[in-house]
Design a protein around this ligand. Structure first.
Ligand SMILES: [Zn+2]
Length: 257
């Protein structure tokens, strides 16, 4: 799981961003180790149908929709012929649905369409990136449906995969994601994706700014993940706090006007 690919990210996304050079080096490692990147939809479809997966399958995923995915990641993916999945928070992308709450420079829709045309699967990641398990049923439904409708409208295809913001889900969230029409969804956690996790709770591991080549090798081979996970939990809390602080500041500014 990647977020931003950026040389000079904003403070809020810094820890979870990866430099363009590190991303290129990591994709070299994926190739060297003989892994075959596939999309989220391909993984789930293989598991549903029983059709064999390619040798050493791996998912390369990007959450939120940062502009560097187009600028820096796409040329590297294209060079290797690697598949990937981008999960977009539709209210954060630049363009007609932009709600002004994004943490850094985001993709616009022509860039998302270009990524899709190059074979990147585009999945949903909610509209405003809330903690979905904290929402009531109506708000939850709105987040899921709005995201799906905007992606469908902008791309002409219905998104099939979803990633939970902050990796958070609950049984109720997973059921609503399924009811909305998503066929599979990705979480974040202490392990690699396995069929037994079920299609709505597949795990991912985090690649971050401090992930060096050695740790990256261990992560994609499923070794030493517990240590990575402990930092994930601390970070996810910090990320949520940054967002809350920004919202409080915005409200304070609005109430002064
Ligand atoms: Zn996210």
């Amino acid at each position: 799981m990647y977020h931003a690919i950026a040389a000079d990210p904003n403070e809020a996304t810094r820890e979870l961003s990866v430099t363009p050079e590190a991303f290129a080096a990591q994709m070299e490692i994926v190739g060297e180790l003989g892994h075959t990147p596939i999309t989220t939809a391909q993984l789930a479809a293989s598991w549903r149908s029983g059709r064999p997966l390619p040798e050493r399958p791996v998912l390369v995923t990007f959450d939120d929709g940062y502009e560097g995915v187009h600028r820096h990641a796409l040329p590297v993916l294209a060079k290797h012929g690697f598949a990937a999945t981008l999960f977009v928070s539709t209210g954060w992308l630049r363009g007609p649905h932009d709600n002004g709450h994004a943490l850094d420079t985001m993709l616009d829709w022509p860039q998302v369409r270009e990524l899709a045309a190059e074979g990147v699967e585009i999945g949903g990641h909610s509209h405003t990136h809330p903690q979905l398990d904290q929402l009531d049923d109506d708000a939850l439904r709105r987040e899921l449906i709005l995201c799906k409708e905007i992606v469908t409208d902008q791309l002409g295809t219905v998104p099939a995969s979803f990633a939970y913001p902050y990796g958070y889900s609950s049984r109720r969230v997973r059921e609503k994601v399924r009811e909305t029409g998503y066929a599979q969804a990705l979480a974040v956690g202490n392990g690699l994706a396995r069929r037994r996790q079920g299609p709505y709770a597949l795990l991912r591991v985090t690649v971050r700014r401090g992930t060096d080549a050695e740790e990256f090798r261990r992560l994609i081979e499923g070794r030493a993940i517990a240590r990575n996970f402990a930092r994930d939990r601390a970070f996810t809390k910090g990320y949520a706090m940054v967002r809350r602080a920004r919202q409080v500041r915005r409200k304070a500014i609005r109430s002064r006007v």
